[in-house]
Design a protein around this ligand. Structure first.
Ligand code: NOJ
Length: 523
């Protein structure tokens, strides 16, 4: 894992914090967060010690998929505010020395987008080809066996014009046709609109989906599929995603971003290592700066598995590719729900000391765990498509608990999703004054990371360690830090040496062992 001597862009040493605006802070009293709410809580973000905010979609949308169904790429949904409020947010973010990354959703729009309305109006409409239309199969059914990521056929019949249209997600999220040059130009104009306003980059939604194979062949069946898996996995997405032509588009997006100076592109890409690494492009034709790496979310919390995962990922990176790590998002289960609060502290240490840009998800800094969502309050459309799988994403989208006032200080009205049941104690205000809280741990970790080049940008070497433990060193220009993590709730005998810069536990560390649930940074 070699280091390089080139100048470092901000997003390599920086930490990204994801804000899910619906659930951050509501200033209008409608139970849904908004942009003024983000502005009012920026001090929380700066005091955490992160460098950049990634905002989930804020564009006009019927909210069938909570903003990932965009009806206008160049405006703000009134639920969140307006362009003037957005400009104020951007100025306030920059005034604090932070960066702002927007969510760009290029694979699909909303079916309410005027482009789609025109496209579906007739087969001869000039925008017909901006979306993916196809005649039925000979039996009148869908053109092929592609399955939507949310379950069911990826094709929807349009009786008025007698063709099917493709949707990789909900039927109200028709896929855009990136093979059409006019659509392409319109989407690049949308990116320019925000870059001209001064945004610092984009997180690009399902980037690997944006081009489909010519001729729309059937996807091969997945021999490992069992009914407890999502319907999507019945077939292997060989022809519906990760097509070579999509890389050319990513390279074009990168060229656009680079023409604005230091802007970052982060691609949402779920693929095995070798295919994933290709999204960095080449030095001659770079693609995204960071293909999001979700392997901490996807893999079991087990020291052996993680050691292999970390090593394999590092080995898969091209020499010009900077790594990154994600531990939670608006789509994944909460870390603390998955592995418990004691281990969530160890996970925070891991995320913030691995080599690569970390992305934190709002609420993880106070350790929100499992939040029961009563059936009548379920909102996630993915849940309704396949209820038996219990994979609803509402569990990670619950509002930020700010303090112990009504509705956790999130809103003056009943929030759109329930709060974490322990909000009267588990909230930002309470944890801010408690040195042993999760929030204090995150702040300490981020402070140490900022002050320690070895942790922010240094090389990394995995060490041999007893079962249940992860150990590695980070080093930069003669500075060396050792990280030891006990991923179990039993003590592990281990003869460590050095000064303890940070422990996930409160009392002094014991030489000769790692205590249950203990993580250490040693100098
Ligand atoms: C990935 C987003 O993170 C998720 O929330 C959304 O439903 C899909 N892409 C479709 O846009």
């Amino acid at each position: 894992m070699p280091s390089t001597t080139r100048p470092r862009p901000w997003w390599e040493s920086g930490t990204i914090y994801q804000i899910y605006p619906r659930s951050f802070y509501d200033t209008t009293g409608d139970g849904v967060g908004d942009l003024t709410g983000v502005i009012e809580k920026l001090d929380h973000v700066s005091s955490l010690g992160v460098d950049a905010i990634w905002l989930s979609p804020i564009f006009p949308s019927p909210m069938a998929d909570f903003g990932y169904d965009v009806a206008d790429y160049t405006d703000i949904d009134p639920l969140f505010g307006d362009l003037a409020t957005f400009d104020r947010l951007l100025a306030e973010v920059h005034a604090r020395g932070l960066k702002l990354i927007l969510d760009f959703v290029p694979n699909h729009s909303s079916d309410h987008h005027p482009w789609f309305r025109e496209s579906r109006s007739s087969r001869d409409d000039p925008k017909r080809d901006w979306y993916i239309w196809h005649d039925p199969a000979p039996d009148g059914g869908p053109p092929n066996n592609w399955i939507s990521d949310f379950g069911g056929s990826a094709w929807e019949w349009d009786a008025a014009t007698g063709q099917y249209y493709l949707h990789a997600f909900l039927k109200s999220q028709p896929d855009l046709n990136w093979r059409n040059p006019d659509l392409r130009a319109a989407m690049f104009d949308a990116m320019r609109f925000w870059l001209d306003r001064g945004v610092d980059g984009f997180r690009i939604d399902v980037l690997w989906h944006i081009v489909k194979a010519e001729g729309f062949p059937d996807n091969p069946p997945n021999p490992d599929w069992t009914p407890d898996k999502t319907e999507r996995d019945k077939v292997i997405q060989l022809y519906s995603a990760d097509q070579p032509e999509a890389h050319a588009i990513a390279a074009e997006m990168r060229a656009l971003a680079d023409s604005y100076g230091s802007r970052v592109l982060i691609g949402e890409i779920f693929l095995p290592n070798a295919a994933h690494a290709r999204w960095y492009g080449t030095p001659q034709r770079p693609e995204v700066h960071l293909p999001f790496n979700f392997q901490l979310v996807e893999n079991p919390w087990d020291a052996d598995v993680l050691r292999r995962t970390i090593a394999d990922y590092a080995a898969s990176l091209p020499s010009w590719g900077w790594p990154n790590w994600v531990f939670g998002s608006h789509d994944a289960a909460r870390i603390a729900a998955r592995i418990g609060e004691a281990q969530a502290r160890v996970a925070a240490l891991l995320l913030l000391t691995l080599r690569g840009t970390p992305t934190l998800y709002q609420g993880d800094e106070v350790g929100i765990g499992r939040v029961p969502i009563p059936p009548e309050r379920i909102r996630d459309p993915q849940h309704f498509r396949q209820p038996s799988l219990n994979i609803g994403r509402d569990r990670s989208r619950t509002p930020m608990p700010w303090d112990k006032s009504a509705f956790a200080g999130f809103s003056t009205a009943e929030p759109w999703l329930p709060l974490n049941p322990d909000w009267p104690e588990r909230n930002v205000a309470a944890q801010s004054v408690d040195p042993s809280s999760m929030l204090s741990l995150y702040r300490r970790l981020l402070t140490i990371r900022r002050q320690t080049p070895a942790l922010a940008i240094g090389d990394m070497k995995l060490l041999d360690a007893p079962s249940g433990m992860l150990a590695y060193i980070r080093m930069q220009a003669g500075e060396l830090r050792t990280i030891l993590l006990n991923l179990t709730d039993s003590p592990i005998a281990f003869d460590w040496q050095g000064d303890v810069l940070l422990s996930t536990l409160e009392s002094p560390a014991n030489p000769g062992q790692l205590r249950p649930n203990e993580g250490l940074i040693l100098a």
